[in-house]
Design a protein around this ligand. Structure first.
Ligand code: NI
Length: 225
């Protein structure tokens, strides 16, 4: 509950996610419809991420991006576009190192430098952290300052980084989706981007609404991990 308190406080003040999300993109969460959160790691990519944003905007779908800090400055307009579009921007460290292998000082540094780069690009810091490789243990979690929490893992992993083809990626996501699920994907693979229209179409047909991780966690009224 302590984590949730921090999370909500952060969300209410300055985070790079957007309360205005609701008005600008989809809708505020419909309490009766099951929710899923699409998350995209390892970008921003100079051409694929804008292509994905076009798709999301066209569908009125909000997503969450866990960005790599070292890629932010060169793609600052993309970061700005994410924020303006009501997407949540999370922290995926500066250079994608396994945080379990870093000292406390380096853990803080890699998250802080990334969040500052995002804030410079869009005016708001990152909200939430996804550890590269899902690398997390109690020591590392303890080293992460509260402003970079919660640590956000995932429920559905289509293994899109193995490039199985867009049809396979789409089917894995669609079959894995369940109410409240956080879906892992990467906006640096064209096959992933190509899978998203089908994912959105079929999950909408099943009644799902797409929301940010922030909204999923708020709706569950707890931080799961
Ligand atoms: Ni990653």
């Amino acid at each position: 509950m302590i984590k949730l308190g921090i999370f909500v406080l952060l969300a209410g003040i300055t985070a790079c996610s957007a309360p205005r999300l609701a008005a600008e993109t989809q809708t505020s969460a419909d309490g009766s419809a099951p929710m899923v959160a699409l998350t995209f790691d390892d970008g921003p990519h100079p051409s694929l991420t804008p292509k994905l944003l076009d798709i999301l905007e066209g569908e009125g779908v909000a997503a969450t991006f866990f960005v790599i800090g070292s890629l932010v400055e060169a793609n600052s307009q993309i970061i700005k576009r994410m924020a303006d579009g009501g997407h949540q921007i999370g922290n995926h460290t500066w250079d994608h190192k396994d945080m379990r292998k870093l000292s406390e000082t380096r853990v803080v540094y890699t998250l802080q430098r990334t969040s500052e780069a995002v804030e410079k690009a869009c005016g708001r810091p990152t909200l939430g952290t996804r550890p590269p490789y899902g690398g997390m243990n109690s020591k590392t979690e303890h080293h992460i300052p509260s402003e970079y929490k919660p640590v956000i893992m995932w429920d559905v992993d289509p293994l899109d980084w193995k490039k199985p083809g867009s049809g396979v990626v789409a089917q894995r996501i669609i079959s894995g989706a369940k109410p409240g699920a956080i879906i892992l994907a990467h906006d640096i693979h064209s096959g992933t981007i190509d899978a998203i229209p089908q994912v959105i179409r079929e999950l909408k047909a099943k009644g799902y609404q797409f929301v940010t991780v922030e909204e999923i966690l708020s709706s569950k009224n707890s931080v799961l991990r």
